[in-house]
Design a protein around this ligand. Structure first.
Ligand SMILES: [Fe+2]
Ligand SMILES: [Fe+2]
Length: 191
């Protein structure tokens, strides 16, 4: 369980850490705002949503080398450089803030790549990271979809991300590829 005291502790940490890079702090608070609104619609635990939102990008400004060290993973694991910070932040949540709830740790860890069979909390953080109000490349239709069909919104974001990554010749995560298959199949079964 995440207490109010824990939330204030994380808030103080972020406000100090990102003092000189305000855009990151604004993004983090925007993710929190969006994630809370989705949590209210889908009945997720609000303090878990806040903790995961706050910590998801806590190590975003570290170097890849530092994030690898923090995450404790080796390079041949299927983690694109762009997602290293998510793994490192999940470890930080555990070691620095003593968060042991695996759902919160996973929501932080998979906020960048996503994965198949995400929990409600994982989907809320994944989606909020992409559609928060500061993302000017996102149109309102996608934000409306998040409130109506979270799985379809996850899939749409993943397809857009894939398109962008392939266009820019960057490494695409197998986890995202597997997730696309999973959510496409799920949509066909449900739809
Ligand atoms: Fe991130
Ligand atoms: Fe983010």
């Amino acid at each position: 369980m995440i207490t109010e005291t824990k939330i204030i502790e994380i808030e103080n940490y972020l406000n100090t850490k990102f003092d000189e890079s305000n855009h990151r702090l604004i993004h983090i608070y925007n993710v929190k705002k969006m994630a809370i609104s989705l949590a209210m619609i889908y009945h997720a635990d609000i303090n878990s949503v806040i903790a995961a939102s706050y910590l998801h990008d806590a190590t975003k400004h570290e170097t890849n080398k530092e994030n690898l060290r923090l995450a404790g993973i080796v390079l041949d694991e299927d983690v694109p450089n762009a997602c290293l910070h998510a793994y490192a932040a999940s470890k930080l949540a555990k070691t620095k803030f003593n968060i042991t709830d695996s759902d919160i740790l996973n929501a932080i860890k998979y906020h960048c790549s996503g994965r198949a069979r995400m929990s409600l909390l994982e989907k809320i953080i994944y989606v909020s990271d992409f559609i928060e109000e500061g993302r000017d490349f996102v149109d309102e239709d996608l934000r409306d979809l998040a409130k109506k069909d979270l799985d379809l919104c996850v899939l749409k974001i993943m397809l857009r991300t894939k398109n962008y990554i392939l266009k820019n010749n960057k490494k695409f995560s197998n986890l995202t590829e597997q997730a696309i298959q999973y959510y496409q199949n799920k949509g066909e079964i449900n739809g």
